[in-house]
Write a protein that binds this ligand. Structure first.
Ligand code: SAM
Length: 267
């Protein structure tokens, strides 16, 4: 399929794959279910495939777009522009608290550029206290990782980080042909709902994220090996964690217990 869509040449460096399948677009907007007056933020509106139907339902929304040409198009769109607050820039550097002016919690969504989806999700985890839900189109493989259970091949540091903070629900599978140009992989939409009170409380999420980075560094090694210098065999045993276990077999609760232990030690 052509790399030009609605007169715009897709830029690979911005992960541009534009949705054109109306059926899929409607399904996604139904899943998001935007309501009038809600505080919505879209990451990467592009050529407005989701922006337009969402704005039709909500009346107004904030969008963040890095590509200047696309931001110009949105701001000069005769019908859409009055309904949009366009922020130009890199969503990974945006302080999402800037959108939390109203009493209403944020609802964040987007067909994310796949090259930055993992760091972007980690960035958004900093704002979960102000967010009621997030809907993201991602590589299906990434959605599988977000939802993965301990013991599975796809379970890793992002599964632990996201499941500590949010309820994770895969909602729609999207074939490559729904995009122009089609990506090389299958895609899926996932719903992330931040917990008001996580079933896995942690004192310091950054501590948890740093611990998981180290714990999953070498999946074939044991947790004792991967966490050398951070937690001793005796400390793992004290936490009821088998030092000989592989990182992917430990639960979200186990990782939170280790992170909380480290936070206590450093106080
Ligand atoms: N929402 C459109 C759609 O569904 O057809 C476009 C989706 S396209 C996969 C990703 C969009 O994110 C593009 O518009 C791209 O320019 C934008 N983008 C890429 N990197 C970005 C970043 N760091 N911050 C904000 N937007 C970004």
């Amino acid at each position: 399929m052509s790399k030009t869509h609605l007169g715009h040449r897709a830029r690979k460096r911005f992960g541009q794959n534009f949705l054109h399948d109306q059926n899929i677009i409607e399904q996604i907007v139904d899943v998001i279910n935007p309501q009038p007056g809600e505080n919505l933020v879209e990451i990467g509106p592009g050529l407005a495939a989701l922006t337009e139907p969402v704005a039709d339902r909500s009346g107004h929304l904030n969008v963040i777009e890095i590509d200047r040409d696309l931001a110009d198009r949105l701001e000069s769109h005769p019908f859409l522009a009055p309904k949009l607050n366009v922020t130009r820039g890199d969503a990974m550097k945006i302080d999402f608290n800037q959108f939390t002016t109203s009493e209403k919690p944020l609802r964040v969504f987007g067909n994310l550029p796949y090259n930055i989806s993992t760091p972007l999700i980690f960035h958004l985890l900093k704002y979960t206290a102000s967010i009621s839900d997030m809907h993201f189109m991602l590589q299906k493989e990434v959605v599988d990782r977000l939802a993965a259970e301990p013991g599975s091949k796809t379970y890793g540091r992002i599964s632990v980080a996201v499941q500590q903070a949010c309820r994770v629900t895969p909602v729609v599978n999207v074939p490559a042909g729904a995009f122009n140009p089609p990506p090389k992989v299958e895609s899926a939409v996932v719903r992330l709902e931040p917990y008001a009170q996580s079933p896995y409380p942690v004192t310091d999420r950054e501590q948890l994220h740093a611990l998981c980075l180290q714990a999953f560094n070498q999946r074939r090694k044991t947790i004792r090996n991967n966490l050398k210098g951070l937690l001793s065999e005796a400390q793992l045993t004290e936490l009821d964690i088998d030092p000989g276990a592989r990182p992917e077999t430990l639960s979200v609760a186990d990782y939170c217990a280790m992170a909380n232990y480290l936070s206590e030690q450093s106080n």
